[in-house]
Write a protein of this length. Structure first.
Ligand code: FAD
Length: 246
């Protein structure tokens, strides 16, 4: 059992909810199943996102005039340029995914939030980041923010970017790319976690994340204070979000 430090605390910070009209400024394909869309707009001037775990509500209008809202991670924000990047997994079934696949510069959208941030300390003895393509943007942002020397293991069901990303913590990062949800669980099950107090952040499909959380609590003997596991989508459901903390 890894003891929980009384010094490391997750900070919860609320933000005033703002709805921002934005325009697609750039579309960049990172891999076969991921596109990064950079939005711009003066409305972003006071945008704040304090954690890789944050999400915004992305609102788009379909060709039929329907309004659709979905959750996405703010990946990169440039205050001076008033730009915000979001990375969309191209999973092939959803309205938001289809919108992103066809997105063109000049298109309009609305970005709301984030309403709040959970700021997870960076000074844990180790970090384990786990997820599928829906979680890869948050994992990528966390890897960009962690300092040189941070001990990190990442297990991702998805495809690496082309060209590959580079991070400050590259020398102490072990990255496992896996091809399906079973391999994700199997890889985590086979890890020997380093000594000291660590933290696990994980997100992905609901049943896969439930199984992962059980594995972390039972087989890995971690405490629930050492993890944040979330369902970012659920097979067969639209617009699903659940935090698995009970
Ligand atoms: C806090 C939070 C942050 C998120 N951040 C991101 C992010 O940065 N990038 C990102 O790509 N996604 C992210 N997601 C997940 C995204 O919100 C969902 O995948 C969403 O359902 C996509 O909307 P859609 O309109 O494309 O599909 P929906 O209309 O919601 O779903 C249609 C069908 O597609 C299936 N489906 C939905 N998502 C996926 C998927 N990822 N893979 C395979 N099948 C799927 C559903 O089960 C359903 O059958 C996040 C979710 C949460 C809760």
């Amino acid at each position: 059992m890894h003891p929980q430090s009384s010094e490391r605390r997750i900070q919860r910070i609320r933000h005033e909810l703002r709805h921002r009209e934005v325009t697609v400024a750039n579309v960049q394909h990172l891999s076969a199943d991921m596109v990064r869309i950079t939005f711009s707009g003066e409305t972003l001037a006071d945008f704040v996102s304090l954690s890789f775990d944050d999400h915004v509500k992305f609102t788009l209008t379909t060709a039929d005039g329907d309004t659709v809202r979905r959750d996405y991670t703010p990946v990169a924000f440039q205050a001076e340029a008033c730009t915000l990047a979001i990375e969309f997994a191209l999973h092939g079934h959803g309205v938001a995914s289809s919108w992103a696949r066809a997105a063109q510069p000049g298109q309009q959208a609305i970005i709301s939030g984030p309403r709040g941030s959970m700021v997870i300390p960076q000074d844990y003895a180790w970090h384990l980041l786990v997820g599928d393509s829906s979680a890869l943007p948050a994992i990528r942002r966390r890897l960009q923010e962690l300092p040189i020397g941070a001990q990190v293991v990442a297990v991702v069901h998805g495809q690496p970017s082309t060209p590959p990303d580079s991070f400050a913590c590259d020398d102490t990062l072990t990255m496992h790319w896996v091809s399906d949800a079973d391999a994700l669980l199997h890889t985590v099950a086979g890890l020997t976690l380093p000594d000291g107090e660590g933290f696990v952040w994980a997100a992905g499909e609901a049943s896969s994340m439930r199984a992962l959380r059980t594995l972390l609590l039972e087989a890995k003997q971690l405490s629930k204070h050492q993890m944040r596991v979330a369902a970012y989508w659920k097979q067969g459901s639209s617009d699903f979000h659940e935090r698995l903390d009970d």
